[in-house]
Design a protein around this ligand. Structure first.
Ligand SMILES: N[C@@H](CCC(=O)N[C@@H](CS)C(=O)NCC(=O)O)C(=O)O
Length: 200
């Protein structure tokens, strides 16, 4: 299966961690795409022209939550998407929170890298930063829920925090969210996390 991705994409990182944790990574042919190139051909696979996209025998799958849930059906080990009940909804909520943090971070990133400085809007950036801060506060205050087991929720949170480290080091979230920082440090020792790390 082809996975269209870019090394720095945190959503694609989540997919790759899921693939590694479930023993499926060898079945993926990972194809790097430059999302800033309008001729990258991605629209042939995803009308939204976004990565990650997974090509399957029944066509392309997007976005990252859908790809991750699909991958989770392809292995016989412990499931990363709990089948039902409170644990399922909590795992999905963690994923939504982490992906939402990333959505806010990406909006800031695009504002700062794709607009001329004089056309950037501080009010917009501040609003997105407050969403990131809210998500971090919630994660820090509820970090015990992330301790076990490994789920799509914990993987999504770790991927989101990794992206903050990569692109928003100036936020210094470790200094203000020490319980979450400790949790992240432990998660970051997993081979799936180490092997998907990119340097800024
Ligand atoms: N909700 C999507 C978000 C995907 C996304 O925003 N990907 C970024 C790269 S990190 C992208 O492709 N951006 C290009 C664009 O927006 O044109 C997911 O979870 O897969």
């Amino acid at each position: 299966m082809k996975l269209f991705y870019s090394p720095a994409s945190p959503y694609a990182r989540k997919v790759r961690i899921v693939a590694m944790e479930t023993g499926l990574h060898d079945r993926l042919e990972i194809v790097s795409v430059d999302t800033s190139n309008p001729n990258n051909g991605l629209a042939d696979h995803n009308p939204l022209s976004k990565i990650p996209v997974l090509e399957t025998e029944f066509g392309p799958l997007y976005d990252s939550p859908v790809i991750c849930e699909y991958l989770d059906t392809l292995h016989a080990g412990e499931k990363l998407f709990p089948a039902e009940g409170t644990s399922r909804w909590k795992a999905l909520r963690w994923q939504a929170l982490a992906d939402g943090l990333l959505d806010a971070a990406l909006l800031i990133r695009y504002e700062q890298t794709q607009r001329p400085t004089e056309r950037q809007y501080d009010g917009f950036i501040d609003k997105q930063k407050s969403k990131i801060a809210g998500a971090l506060d919630y994660m820090n205050g509820n970090v015990r829920e992330l301790e076990a087991p490994l789920t799509i929720g914990t993987i999504a949170v770790a991927s989101a925090l990794g992206y903050l480290n990569l692109r928003f080091a100036d936020l210094a979230w470790h200094d203000t969210h020490s319980d979450l920082a400790l949790w992240h440090k432990q998660f970051a020792a997993r081979p799936s996390y180490v092997n998907t790390q990119v340097e800024g």
